[in-house]
Write a protein that binds this ligand. Structure first.
Ligand code: ATP
Ligand code: MN
Length: 515
């Protein structure tokens, strides 16, 4: 009896519905504004840095009034330098702390640095000391008048690849060691940082425990054919014929890089209630698309006592919260993306943060696609997987907002998804967003021992290999659910950046593992 009561309480707490604060427009929302206070800003460490190492340009702009009229020291990389006829040189300095450049005013014939100033080029790393003042010029609020300049490292203009012009993303990928110094890649890195932190904040605030699931695993059921093998065997020296080739391998059995931390997260959910993993994930997908990487970062919450509806609620609240954080805390970056990448970006994000997602069943989705009379390259038929073109049609053309699709055919989905009463479908969910397609895949997990064993038989998964997974259904099994969100897909959705290779610092794709 006590157990039942307890479960009931947790179950009710389980459904994390979007709160008014989550849904409120980002600027006014306390739930969204909260994280800002946790950012390193005016901490004691910052004060020490102010005295000794100079000021981050982000802090300078944030606390302008504090710095105007004061001697200040900044350090960064020169974006451009322009000499005026009036004997003044204007340097646009960026230190990566924010989108904005600081305008440095230097005198061409200054007795202390006129020779040095001539040498400074785009890409050079410098330190500048001088007084901060309100800027009379357009485009910036404050500027710094240099009375001391130090050149850390020069960049030869004949060789430095990032001159002041727009470079193609393809070109920038070849210089991934320099591309974070561009506006787009720098901005993407800052948004990615803020979202990663927000993901932890969201789960920690809602009582989830962060679990480190393994990177090396022996379970390969999920990614049949898509797994990277982990081995210390030398391909140049194959094992003698006839014997077990794995006998002399490190783990004495086949091992792989993880394609998902879900199965291990389930173990901890069935002990700690609400957990999440957030880490690198590997899939040897041999497809060169704009939304697949061989190495990507996945966020996987797993919740005991959650059914599919609770899972959907959580996913929706989670995405809205992250969009709100970006709108609130990454304004300069989003403005930049709206200017140069996707003009409608802010409106699209605001709509996603405010309106409820559309939830339809797989069967309804198939009906809509058939009735659409649209020419698709892949067939639309009950029992066939939805392809990217179908997903995008639904979320971009039909509903024009994020869409959750539930209850997929049992035959399409892995063994662990919970079989629905119709016995033809499983309690699965995919969340699709305009521009990107699927960003979340999840399900309620099969908690009934007999049904799980039958599913394993049907799908050819060995119950012996997954004995531990089966045992979770023998000892204290409970309904539970979870999902996986690809961080890079979320980044594409939030920044509007079309290719996934630009939202991760070092993309790994077929044939590409440089840097
Ligand atoms: P897709 O059908 O788009 O290939 P999937 O159905 O194989 O994705 P899941 O196994 O459901 O993906 O993984 C959960 C989430 O992880 C996806 O919704 C997506 O956001 C992300 N994801 C999956 N594969 C990749 C990949 N190769 N690169 C980047 N993100 C990925
Ligand atoms: Mn999926």
């Amino acid at each position: 009896m006590i157990v039942v009561v307890q479960c009931h309480i947790i179950r009710n707490a389980g459904a994390i519905k979007p709160t008014a604060a989550d849904l409120a427009s980002a600027g006014e929302s306390s739930a969204v504004a909260e994280p800002t206070r946790c950012l390193p800003h005016s901490t004691p460490l910052q004060e020490i840095q102010d005295m000794e190492k100079g000021v981050r340009i982000a802090d300078l702009f944030r606390d302008e009034h504090k710095y105007v009229g004061k001697r200040t020291l900044v350090q960064g990389w020169v974006r451009t330098k322009r000499d005026s006829k009036a004997g003044i040189s204007f340097i646009e300095l960026n230190d990566g702390s924010c989108m904005k450049n600081l305008q440095v005013i230097a005198e061409l014939d200054h007795p202390d640095y006129s020779e040095l100033l001539k040498k400074i080029t785009t890409g050079s790393a410098i330190m500048v000391e001088g007084a901060v003042s309100l800027s009379p010029g357009k485009g910036q609020s404050i500027e710094l008048s240099a009375d001391r300049i130090h050149l850390y490292g020069w960049a030869d203009p004949a060789l430095y690849p990032l001159q002041k012009k727009r470079h193609s993303f393809e070109y920038l990928r070849q210089i991934a060691h320099l591309r974070p110094r561009t506006n787009t890649i720098g901005a993407a890195a800052r948004v990615r940082n803020r979202l990663s932190f927000a993901i932890h904040q969201f789960f920690q605030i809602h009582g989830f425990h962060y679990i480190h699931t393994p990177i090396i695993t022996a379970s390969d059921c999920e990614g049949a054919g898509e797994t990277f093998r982990v081995t210390t065997l030398d391909p140049a020296q194959p094992a003698p014929e006839g014997g077990d080739p794995y006998m002399s391998d490190f783990f004495a059995r086949p091992a792989f890089l993880t394609v998902s931390g879900q199965l291990q997260a389930e173990i901890y959910a069935l002990a700690l209630g609400r957990v999440y993993t957030f880490g690198p994930t590997f899939r040897a997908e041999n497809s060169n698309t704009s939304r697949h990487l061989a190495e990507f970062w996945m966020v996987e919450p797993e919740m005991a006592f959650f059914d599919l509806e609770d899972d959907l609620d959580l996913a929706q609240t989670f995405i809205k919260n992250l969009v709100g954080v970006a709108l609130n805390d990454c304004q300069d970056e989003l403005e930049f993306f709206a200017r140069f990448i996707e003009p409608e970006l802010t409106g699209r994000l605001q709509a996603a943060a405010e309106s409820a997602f559309e939830i339809i069943t797989y069967t309804e989705a198939i009906d809509i696609l058939i009735k659409s009379k649209e020419q698709f390259s892949f067939p639309v038929e009950w029992g066939h997987d939805l392809q990217a073109e179908h997903e995008r049609y639904l979320t971009e053309k039909v509903f024009r907002k994020p869409v959750g699709i539930i209850n997929f055919p049992r035959s399409l989905k892995p063994f662990y998804m919970r079989v629905n009463e119709d016995e033809k479908t499983v309690a699965a969910m995919d969340i699709l967003v305009p521009g990107t397609g699927e960003i979340i895949g999840g399900s309620q997990r099969e908690e009934r021992l007999e049904t799980l064993l039958e599913q394993m038989r049907l799908k050819g998964v060995s119950a012996e290999d997954y004995q531990w997974y089966v045992e979770l259904r023998e000892f204290g099994s409970v309904p539970h659910s979870g999902f996986g969100l690809g961080l890079e897909r979320l980044m594409q959705f939030i920044t509007g950046i079309p290719n996934i290779r630009e939202v991760i610092p070092f993309p790994r794709t077929p044939g590409h593992v440089d840097f």
